[in-house]
Design a protein. Structure first.
Length: 454
């Protein structure tokens, strides 16, 4: 039996249904799950490790519901900084043609490592770029996630509608429906683990209405429901997408997805900026979710999602960093603060509170992924958390509301500990699973190599 005791924490922010907060409390994790929480906790006579958290706030591990880890290698690229989504994609597709499995593996190490430094314990990545001849890219991402130590949702993305068929991506980056479905089924059978506390799950995720065929969307939904895995795609991200769907498909984006069976508790969309009120009602009634990506939406000038209306109506909403090249970082704590501020600006006193935004990144995100064992610190749930030492100048005078601190004050440095399933995977600046210096050197070399493809 493995065990970890977080002892005498200054504050434990549980984010449970009652949003309980404990002071001067303990948290015990045994065999990956929380077995005791609160004051006067009964502790076994032998514990593998004790962390003195007397100067620390303990938060539930953050859950990132939409990412593109491969984009780490094309961050801060000057040529695309003033572009909006469609032109941005068309330019970067030319670089992404050069991706290979080692690049995908290395970029996953970088992006996941950065997420972990800022308190993320579960990451959902949407990989949809498969240059010809590269078949096992998702496998390499899973390999990287295991080394870093995070829980990983591998979205088997895909593009089947190339430029010659009226789509956005170049033909060299599309696959046939048969190829996509075969690899999707292989990944499900090889890696998908639906059990409580699982570390790897597979999601089927055709890229977007402007890059896949109707056939692929229909067949992917059927395959996902055959194996009881979830469905994910981009939707309602830009007005260009809306115009594309109306012209080519004769329907608004959500109307089109409804026609191909993409509504329900097993479906969530990335972005959802341009849903109207009737569409938000439909999402709420069908319990179809939205991954909110505020920083990416701001950078690409895509717009601001109607998160207050979604939450008021009961739409499941989680938080995400989106692609590393549209952010341009993998930092969910930064996303929390940006999310709080943009909705405060738009909605004033009616905006979600700082605590509400933390809820999006924890139990809100867990709901999108269908996980009732993640997203809060409660007995019986997975032992995923991060610890922040608040005995620092930047937190002086900020401790009235620990639940709101990440959103209202902001956490602008790596956390002190990140723990997944009771295992410390990041401690005081050190990633336990990888050689950070070596990974950075490799990633920089690969980044330069990709520039040659433009």
């Amino acid at each position: 039996m493995s065990s970890l005791l977080i002892k005498n924490a200054k504050t434990i922010v549980t984010m449970d249904k009652k949003r309980n907060v404990y002071h001067n409390a303990d948290l015990l994790i045994e065999n990956g799950f929380i077995t005791a929480l609160g004051t006067n906790v009964s502790v076994p006579s032998q514990v593998d490790r004790i962390i003195d958290a007397s100067n620390m706030i303990v938060y539930p591990g953050l859950i990132n519901t939409h990412h593109h880890l491969y984009q780490v290698l094309t961050r801060n690229y000057p040529r695309v900084q003033q572009m909006e989504l469609f032109d941005w994609l068309k330019t970067l597709y030319r670089l992404w043609r050069g991706l290979n499995d080692e690049m995908v593996y290395t970029s996953a190490l970088v992006g996941l490592g950065e997420l972990v430094k800022y308190g993320c314990t579960t990451c959902c990545d949407h990989h949809y770029v498969f240059p010809q001849g590269e078949s096992f890219l998702i496998d390499r991402q899973i390999e990287a996630a295991r080394e870093v130590g995070v829980r990983f949702y591998a979205c088997r993305g895909s593009m089947s509608r190339g430029e010659s068929d009226g789509g956005l991506p170049p033909d060299s980056l599309v696959q046939t429906t048969k190829e996509i479905l075969a690899d999707s089924e292989r990944l499900i059978k090889t890696y998908h683990d639906p059990s409580p506390g699982s570390f790897v799950q597979i999601v089927l995720a055709p890229c977007s209405p402007f890059s896949v065929t109707t056939e692929l969307l229909v067949e992917s939904a059927a395959l996902a429901r055959q194996y009881n895995v979830r469905l994910h795609t981009h939707l309602a991200e830009t007005l260009d997408e809306e115009a594309f769907c109306l012209e080519l498909l004769g329907k608004r984006p959500l109307e089109y997805m409804e026609s191909v069976g993409w509504l329900g508790e097993d479906v969530w969309y990335a972005h959802g900026i341009h849903f109207n009120s009737e569409e938000i009602d439909l999402l709420a009634n069908t319990k179809t979710g939205v991954a909110h990506c505020p920083v990416s939406n701001e950078k690409l000038a895509s717009g601001t999602a109607k998160i207050k209306e979604m939450l008021d109506k009961g739409v499941p909403v989680g938080l995400a960093v989106d692609g590393s090249a549209s952010n341009d970082c993998s930092n969910l704590l930064a996303e929390i603060r940006s999310c709080f501020l943009i909705h405060r600006l738009n909605n004033s006193a009616e905006a979600p509170s700082g605590e509400d935004i933390l809820a999006l990144a924890t139990n809100g995100s867990a709901r999108l992924l269908g996980r009732n064992d993640l997203g809060s610190l409660e007995i019986g749930k997975a032992g995923d958390c991060f610890l922040l030492n608040v005995n620092r100048l930047e937190y002086a005078g900020t401790l009235d509301d620990p639940s709101a601190l990440p959103a209202v004050v902001g956490i602008n440095r790596p956390v002190d500990f990140t723990i997944v399933g009771g295992k410390v995977i990041f401690e005081k600046g050190i990633l336990k699973g990888i050689d950070e210096e070596q990974v950075v050197a490799k990633a920089n070399q690969m980044s330069l190599k990709l520039r040659e493809y433009l």
